[in-house]
Design a protein around this ligand. Structure first.
Ligand code: DAH
Length: 435
């Protein structure tokens, strides 16, 4: 991954965050802390500037409102925040047993400050640290960073909530303790109109209970996990769907995560499609041992906030969460779920760029350059043509870029200028030939 001069030079002017990035410097200075740069460094200043927005800490921002709603629904859990997104690669990956060749580790998928320090890609990076403090039942909210495509539901920063619940497994009473809680969850669920489709299998050979755990305990933990999350999802989606008239449908499927076993995903039926909400599972004893909690057993989950907020508040484009326009921000009020009223839909300016590629390139690098050149003025980028010339064997690609501002009318001249700068920068970055 290369860093362009233009990327480095652009430091958000309004930003209070002190970010100092330059090729002349051997290190990046963030809030007084210096991070040495190396061949892994790929986090642009525009992304680092977003680390200070802290949308989840704003009580009347949709992300903050949703966070409170979840915290109120899980009110017997300790509520935590992890302010700095800068973590070690060990915390983000190794401590959770991600394999060495996991794609999430690649420079094309994640933002690195250097080889050993990165912007967290998920809130699970904090699991062991929270457990080390001896907290048994907790939920933690934070912003997470991933290099990704550009469309209405993908943005390089989003928010997650991590939750966990563990019990002391050294006493015989653990089963009784879980069963008592199950009883309360059953009672609460009896008042809901939710249909649960569960296609998972207990102790599935492909997603088995852990050998070091008594199967009765694993079974109870799984039950507690599923009931807790069924109730949570119901408490959220009852604000979006008339659940008295139509039951909410949720579905459990088998999954794989390196630090849980068994592992699952939960989906909800929304407008005729299954929407993936979260990943979860029974904590691997090895991971708990690493956190000094080997004598405990329990579950963990990780939930994305934007997708749910888009449904609850009727927000059509993920870029809107980052808008500082009063016409967006003034629509929301702490503690209230209200439908977003679009204040404008300015016309798109569609521009194509076609080029011959001379060496392998990753689409996420292209998306990042487009984002860096045009900030939030690009609504989507789509590959519309991809062919290999039969004679020359040269590879041609064509991308369609949809420039559209959420806040104002973007003139064709402005879009042309943005497009010219996109072309200029991708030419430099990939050494390609524009067609
Ligand atoms: N961190 C996972 C992700 O971002 C989600 C997740 C899966 C969190 C399983 C968990 C878990 O705590 O147990 O996709």
């Amino acid at each position: 991954m290369m860093i362009l001069r233009s990327q480095i030079a652009r430091i958000s002017k309004s930003s209070k965050l002190s970010v100092n990035l330059s090729l002349r410097y051997q290190s990046t200075l963030i809030n007084g802390q210096s991070y040495s740069r190396d061949e892994f460094t790929n986090a642009p200043s525009s992304i680092l500037a977003l680390t200070e927005r802290q949308l989840h800490q704003q009580p009347s921002h949709p992300i903050g409102i949703l966070r409170s709603l979840i915290e109120n629904s899980l009110n017997n859990y300790q509520h935590l925040t992890a302010p700095s997104p800068i973590v070690s690669t060990y915390k983000n990956f190794d401590e959770l047993e991600f394999p060495e060749d996991h794609p999430g580790r690649s420079l094309s998928d994640s933002y690195y400050l250097n080889k050993t320090t990165m912007l967290r890609t998920h809130t699970s990076a904090h699991e062991c640290d929270v457990f080390k403090k001896g907290t048994d039942k907790w939920i933690l909210t934070a912003d997470v960073y991933r290099r990704d495509e550009i469309d209405s539901s993908h943005y390089p920063v989003f928010h997650q909530m991590e939750g966990a619940c563990v019990w002391d497994d050294t006493t015989k009473n653990v089963e009784k303790a879980i069963e008592e809680e199950l009883h309360l969850l059953e009672k609460a669920l009896a008042h809901t109109n939710v249909i649960t489709e569960d296609v998972t299998v207990n102790n599935n050979p492909n997603n088995p209970y852990q050998l070091s755990q008594r199967p009765e305990v694993s079974g109870l933990i799984v039950k507690h996990l599923k009931m807790t999350l069924n109730l949570l999802v119901y408490n959220l989606f009852k604000h979006a769907q008339n659940v008295d008239a139509e039951p909410l449908k949720v579905r459990w499927i088998e999954a794989y995560f390196p630090w849980t076993g068994p592992s699952y995903e939960l989906e909800v039926l929304w407008e005729g499609k299954w929407l993936e909400l979260l990943g979860c599972g029974v904590m691997q004893q090895r991971t708990l041992e690493r956190a000094g909690m080997g004598h405990k057993s329990g579950w963990a989950f990780g939930l994305g906030l934007e997708r749910i907020a888009m449904v609850l508040f009727g927000i059509p484009d993920i870029r809107l969460f980052w808008s500082t326009d009063a016409r967006f921000l003034s629509q929301f009020e702490s503690g209230k779920i209200s439908k977003f009223v679009p204040y404008s839909k300015y016309p798109p300016c569609i521009k194509d760029v076609s080029f011959w590629v001379n060496k392998p390139f990753h689409e996420n690098d292209l998306y990042e350059i487009i984002r860096e050149c045009s900030q939030d003025l690009v609504e989507s980028v789509e590959c519309i043509d991809n062919f290999v010339h039969p004679k020359s064997q040269r590879h041609s690609l064509c991308y369609r870029i949809n420039y559209r501002s959420m806040d104002k009318n973007l003139t064709n001249e402005e879009a042309n200028d943005l497009h010219a700068s996109v072309i200029e920068n991708i030419k430099k970055a990939f050494n390609i030939e524009i067609r």
